[in-house]
Design a binder for this molecule. Structure first.
Ligand SMILES: [Zn+2]
Length: 357
């Protein structure tokens, strides 16, 4: 069968030699991360969260679901071929960028790539790989990964919020993922924090995503420039307002640019307000911010904490930790591994069943 698509720009930078401790470590799993246009596969020690091998590629949106699956299997085959003989895998975890039905491992929808709706991903991969496969929405998986291996260790109740192109989230209550009645829990990006705010991709106005996602940060900066404010931002974007990104806004703010600083202050205010609302309802020990925008670190976290303190229920003000995710680029792989770890912990004999998280 001819390939339906091919990986664009496969990244060999993560390849390394297998070490002796990797082989004897036991307890390894396959971890797969299906992003909108990025795929990653890894072999991970699910007890420690140590990523032993990984391979990544970009994939065209036009390749559709079948093309993405073919691309992912190409990455996986490369990893398995390089694996020393005698190494066994416990199972495979999949972090998927869209809503899924975790109980059956079925993708409900992809916002970015056609052909995914209703696709039984767990059974497809399980049949091909000969392994039990668990599938979870990416923000949920990463929340679990942070709980087991990252910034959530030691917490029982936490909220994970990913701030990148959009804003998503995962909620852990009592040490377990809280999916909600329809699997839609944790859609923190669509809390309306400013009813008179801008239109969101979901059709409502003033959602957190429409105010504080990476795309929204860039849009707010463009709006500030259009109002005539002088700024270094345009020069950083080489004169093209459409080239302004959240990363450039943070960079300009670090350089003292007042427009960029005021955009970040406004964004942090909205994030802190949203987090205060979440904390009033859930009373988590920790709120973890991940996604590309969280790479700004304290430049974002410090004003977010300040806004949280202004808006939070007074008994919570000094009691909720707001921290950066431990794994941002590898979050999806660790989240996928965490699914296997959870399933293995539930079934001490590691006889996981396909599709049962
Ligand atoms: Zn929305």
């Amino acid at each position: 069968m001819p390939r339906l698509s091919h990986c664009i720009g496969t990244d060999p930078a993560h390849r390394k030699e297998w070490g002796v401790s990797d082989v004897t470590g036991g307890d390894l799993c396959l971890a797969l991360d299906f992003g909108g246009t990025k795929l990653a596969a890894g072999i991970v020690d699910w007890r420690s969260g140590h990523v032993i091998q990984q391979a990544r590629c970009r994939t065209g949106e036009a390749s559709g679901a079948e093309g993405q699956i073919a691309d992912m299997l190409e990455l996986v085959d490369g990893l398995l071929a390089a694996m020393p003989q005698g190494v066994r895998l416990t199972g495979a975890g999949v972090s998927f960028g869209g809503p899924v039905e975790a109980a059956t491992g079925t993708v409900l929808q992809s916002h970015h790539v056609p052909g995914w709706d209703g696709l039984p991903l767990a059974s497809r991969l399980s049949h091909r790989l000969g392994l039990p496969v668990l599938v979870e929405n990416d923000a949920n998986a990463v929340a679990l990964g942070e709980l087991l291996y990252g910034a959530g260790r030691g917490a029982v109740d936490l909220v994970y919020m990913t701030i990148s192109t959009g804003i998503g989230g995962g909620v852990i209550l009592g040490g377990e993922l809280w999916r909600g009645h329809r699997g839609l829990a944790g859609e923190v990006g669509h809390m309306v924090v400013r009813p008179d705010g801008p239109l969101c991709t979901c059709g409502n106005y003033g959602c957190l995503e429409a105010l504080a996602s990476g795309l929204s940060i860039a849009r707010r900066a463009r709006e500030a420039l259009a109002s005539g404010a002088g700024s270094e931002l345009l020069a950083l974007a080489e004169g093209d307002p459409q080239s302004i990104t959240a990363e450039l806004v943070f960079r300009a703010a670090r350089g003292g640019d007042e427009v960029a600083q005021s955009v970040i202050a406004a964004v942090a205010t909205d994030l802190g307000l949203g987090i205060a609302m979440l904390c009033s309802i859930l009373d988590p020990a920790r709120v973890i911010l991940g996604g590309g925008v969280a790479k700004a670190g304290e430049q974002l976290l410090a004003p977010v904490r300040e806004s949280f303190r202004r808006h939070a229920f007074p008994m919570l003000v000094d009691r909720v930790e707001i921290v950066r995710a431990a794994a941002i680029d590898e979050g999806g792989l660790l989240g996928a591994a965490a699914l296997v770890a959870r399933a293995a912990a539930r079934d001490r004999t590691c006889q996981m069943h396909v599709g049962i998280p």
